[in-house]
Design a protein around this ligand. Sequence first.
Ligand SMILES: NC(=O)c1ccc[n+]([C@@H]2O[C@H](COP(=O)([O-])OP(=O)(O)OC[C@H]3O[C@@H](n4cnc5c(N)ncnc54)[C@H](O)[C@@H]3O)[C@@H](O)[C@H]2O)c1
Length: 422
Amino acid sequence: MVNFKIADESLASKGDEALYIAENKMPVTAGIIRKRFEEEKPLKGIKIAGCLHVTKETANLALTLQAGGAEVYLCGSNPLSTQDDVAAALIKKGINVFAWHGNTDEEFYWCIRECLKENPNILIDDGADMIVTAHKDFPELIENGTIIACQEETTTGVKRFQAMEKQGKLKVPLFPVNDARCKNQFDNELGTGQGVVAAIYGMHVLFAGKNVIVAGFGHCSSGMALRARGLGANVIVTEVDPIKALQAKFAGYQVMPIADALPIADIILTATGCKHVIAPTKEMFDKLKDGVILGNLGHFDIEIPTKELYEYAKEITPIRSDVEELLMPNGKKVYLLAKGRLANLVLSEGHPAEVMDMSFGLQSLMSEYIVKNKESFKPGMINIPVKIDDQVGFLKLQSMGVKIDTLTEEQYNYIHGFEEGT
Ligand SMILES: NC(=O)c1ccc[n+]([C@@H]2O[C@H](COP(=O)([O-])OP(=O)(O)OC[C@H]3O[C@@H](n4cnc5c(N)ncnc54)[C@H](O)[C@@H]3O)[C@@H](O)[C@H]2O)c1
């Protein structure tokens, strides 16, 4: 019996269309790996709970895990990113889903707990909320060995687990899938980069000729800067890391402190994983240019100080779905996307399926790896095996019909040796 709480079951056929489009663009996850999983059933008898953005791409991950024999439970990793049609399609296919667009914080954690109540063996998280909840509210699942190991999908989640480990509070084996090369070099850079364009599309502005401030020059933000420049924007980067700032400078961007950039910014985009990238003060808010668009693509809604902006604004007017016009006390208007939450997921459909194919290919193969090697893990962070990272890379190339060279024995020995020199 499928267990669920979703917005509207009647949206299933619309969801099926979305799933089909994604399936065709995910040849690794929904093609090669799913086919093998159907035959070999490597996840038979395993329960997997995913706290992930419930999108058509995640749906295809869930179906691949199910094809491998797993019982799958899904909840959303952001209150605004669930695609209700996809959730409806999934329950018809036997995936247990507790997610709907626009849930409250309380409902968000209720959905997580519904998944954890099912005694899952593998947790796949995006932002750490499910695994942290397991530690707080379901410690028995960890103590009695029900949870074999966990996977984390995003940078902010990995950072939270690193902090937990440092304080001796991480009690599960944790695979930071985000840190695999096949993940952050593609999903974060290409996905978020292109996502900026999709997120801003509904504002009907041109990037060309605008001053676009990109906060951060990491995986996501450097991709965002590149795409914004490609569309003709004058991109200004703000950073706190001197090396990243130098990289931005040598890539030809202007670099300056955010306080200096605010008065000239037409569009401000954040993806830092940090809090209050714009300081929540009257002085900073008053610097904002009339008509500025504020969009966050980092994991949580604290990069742009949303709560404080709402408190400071004289009037808040929704002008279209998930876009608000904030009238400031000085008469200027500020446009806030997605209530400061992940704008690419809320205002558009998230990363293209083609790039999520690699992230979810990794999650699929890592689930299999966890089951096969379950006796060998200890609590703490464990790197993704390079072999699995490479395998996903090879499968993606194979699906694109791209061939590459292989090292000869002589070449292998040369680059792994020291004797041969001048
Ligand atoms: N929107 C999406 O779909 C999506 C996808 C992947 C990751 N993310 C999220 O995006 C965020 C960034 O991820 P990443 O992989 O790019 O991380 P990253 O560590 O590669 O980059 C973050 C950069 O921000 C800089 N930074 C930190 N605080 C800053 C501040 N106050 N001002 C300016 N710069 C600052 C850091 O020095 C770093 O260079 C995370 O929250 C991650 O979870 C979102």
